[in-house]
Design a binder for this molecule. Structure first.
Ligand code: GCB
Length: 611
């Protein structure tokens, strides 16, 4: 039997192993700067709505050696070898890419699809460690290489990587299989119900990544300290398999900065000063510096901007100066092609539209977008709000669900913690007030702060419409825990007509910056009528005119807005057969990429504001 002491020992051993497994799978930062081999392209697939490849006929998970499992070879060994699965060039999907947009039969499909890719690979140095990296897979990925399971990952919008052990890799004809399942569940994140289409598939890049066997740079955070006018950079560098006293150097050649640090137990805290002449990153001057992190065996170069984002009472300060956020909310979707966005080209289109609108800020809703978006925001000078899909009615009472949210939060931050553009980590959207929810959400806010003390934290809240005399107050108890009080507004769309804006007044009980994270109205692109007619471009134009007039008399803590939304997007909740047909048409840009009239109302407002 187990004594208390034995229990403790067992626990310690378990913890040791689990943390070890975790660290092997911790995200490799700045993956594009590593030695990589792309596995993008055509993958063969099998649609498997009954999950036959995963469960046997008693619906028990198949044994890893089960020859009927879809991760095992599909090649018959003799003429009598019955194979009831086969990967075939008749069935190909592009990776990256959602499956829904690639074949009409997938338009409404939610379920399991098996992806298979063959590849040849020889490590450039036999001693190196090899990883398989996914930019994102929606939602659950089970990954097998040559019949060996590499791991499972849940969460549709964040990267993950698995180490490939030497015994799993062959030099030629590797058999890589990924089971992708995008079924929705009440205890997942997001949950069953959202206002966007649940695009399934291997939606972002897949690559092999080689890291040196010793002193490999796993990840790093290098940012200005969140103190106005500081020149002090702080952060950390984490190494794999580092010897005691391993040396790490951080260099910014353009600034003639070169500092050495010593790793203790695989990581080092970074702290140094930039010369006072350095240029602070800002929307007006999105200056990025080459930053080189080096160990005896490894070297990673990044482009990093240095800026501070802080709050002083009611003021939001970028580099110590008040900043007004001229934002727009964006879904990761290319409406003209009815698909998920994933590439630099897609990012250039979406962020190009935001620039045309006169924005200095984007809210990447409601989940982390492709890394191409935050990278491009860095170089275009767009501030970013980045969010995890804790949306609406998550199971806030469950610790297991909280853990899932924390994993996604950690993956989001681990990938983008060096992007100057990202100023706010958001832990969710429109979550209904209750004690359990506030505990859940405040825990996430605390976790985000702990992971990244250099940025602000927030969440999109709702308004208390009960208030008297048209005073609408944001008094959600979560306001206590956020840096910026953000709320979704919709006055004149959900309730009343846009005229309601004329008499409405806004306030929050918190002495903090106030941000409107959403407002919007639908219009079917190209549908014209008088302004009093719902669904017309003229109605949406009027809605925005009234909004803008109201914005001009917001209280002094009003710090900006990100209207809903840049472009129309697919949503299965929108079923008006004349004006919606499965689309949420609140875009300022329509399904065909055309600007609606309201686009120009917001643009004129933004152009009139000088920061
Ligand atoms: C919201 C949600 C957003 C919806 C939007 C709408 O408040 O945050 O995800 O799409 O409203 O159009 O109703």
């Amino acid at each position: 039997f187990l004594t208390t002491k034995n229990w403790r020992l067992l626990l310690a051993i378990l913890l040791f192993f689990s943390s070890n497994v975790f660290s092997q799978n911790e995200i490799i930062g700045n993956v594009n700067a590593r030695k990589t081999f792309s596995l993008n392209g055509k993958w063969q697939y099998i649609v498997d709505p009954y999950e036959t490849g995963f469960y046997d006929y008693r619906f028990k998970e198949r044994n890893i050696n089960d020859r009927e499992a879809y991760w095992s070879t599909d090649i018959p060994t003799n003429k009598l070898d019955r194979k009831e699965h086969q990967y075939n060039d008749k069935y190909l999907l592009n990776v990256p890419g959602d499956w829904n947009s690639q074949d009409p039969k997938f338009l409404y499909y939610e379920g399991s699809v098996w992806y298979k890719k063959s590849f040849d690979y020889t490590k450039s140095n036999a001693g190196n460690k090899l990883y398989l990296y996914f930019g994102a897979v929606n939602y659950k990925a089970d990954v097998y290489l040559n019949g060996i399971k590499l791991g499972t990952h849940k969460g549709g919008f964040t990267p993950f990587n698995f180490e490939i052990p030497d015994n799993a890799l062959k030099s030629t004809n590797n058999y890589l299989v990924v089971k992708v399942d995008d079924k929705r569940y009440a205890d997942e994140i997001p949950t069953l119900n959202t206002d966007w289409w649940n695009y399934g598939g291997i939606t972002r890049d897949v690559k092999l990544v080689e890291l040196p066997s010793a002193a490999a740079i796993r990840n790093y955070a290098i940012q200005l300290k969140p103190v106005v006018n500081t020149t002090e950079v702080e952060g950390w560098v984490k190494l794999d398999n580092a010897k005691a006293g391993e040396k790490i150097s951080v260099e910014i050649p353009e600034l003639k900065v070169k500092k050495e640090f010593t790793a203790d137990a695989g990581s080092a805290k970074i702290n140094f000063k930039l010369p006072t002449t350095f240029q602070r990153w800002s929307p007006e001057n999105p200056k990025l510096y080459n930053v080189v992190v080096t160990t005896a065996a490894d070297k990673v170069t990044d482009k990093i901007g240095f800026r501070t984002i802080t709050v002083d009472g009611k003021k939001l300060l970028l580099n110590g100066k008040t900043v007004f956020l001229k934002g727009i909310s964006i879904h990761a979707e290319v409406p003209q092609e009815i698909r998920r966005a994933y590439s630099s080209k897609d990012a250039a289109m979406l962020l190009g539209w935001a620039k045309e609108l006169g924005c200095n800020m984007v809210r990447l809703a409601h989940y982390p977008h492709d890394e191409a978006m935050t990278r491009m925001a860095d170089s275009l000078g767009l501030l970013v709000w980045s969010e995890i899909p804790v949306y609406w009615t998550i199971d806030f009472t469950s610790d297991a669900v909280l853990e899932k949210a924390k994993v996604q939060l950690n993956e989001m931050i681990s990938r983008d913690q060096n992007r100057a553009s990202v100023i706010i980590w958001s832990v969710g959207n429109e979550t209904p007030v209750s004690e359990a929810r506030t505990r859940f959400m405040s825990t996430l806010l605390k976790t985000a702060r702990g992971l990244d003390p250099s940025r602000l934290v927030s969440a999109a809240l709702e308004v208390d419409y009960q208030s008297e005399k048209n005073l609408r107050v944001i008094d959600d108890p979560l306001g206590e825990y956020v840096d910026v009080v953000a709320f979704n507004e919709y006055l004149g769309w959900y309730g009343g007509t846009p005229e309601a804006c004329r008499t409405a007044n806004w306030a929050t009980k918190y002495n903090k910056p106030l941000f409107i994270s959403e407002t919007g109205a639908e219009a079917l692109g190209g549908y014209h009528a008088d302004a009093g007619t719902l669904w017309s471009e003229e109605f949406q134009e009027w809605y925005y005119q009234e909004q803008v007039a109201m914005l001009k008399r917001m209280p002094d803590n009003f710090t900006g807005i990100s209207p809903w939304i840049l472009a129309d997007f697919r949503s299965p909740r929108r079923n008006n057969a004349t004006y919606q047909e499965g689309w949420n048409n609140k875009g300022l840009i329509d399904q065909h990429g055309r600007k609606k009239k309201a686009f120009y109302v917001m643009k004129a407002y933004y152009d009139s504001i000088k920061n």
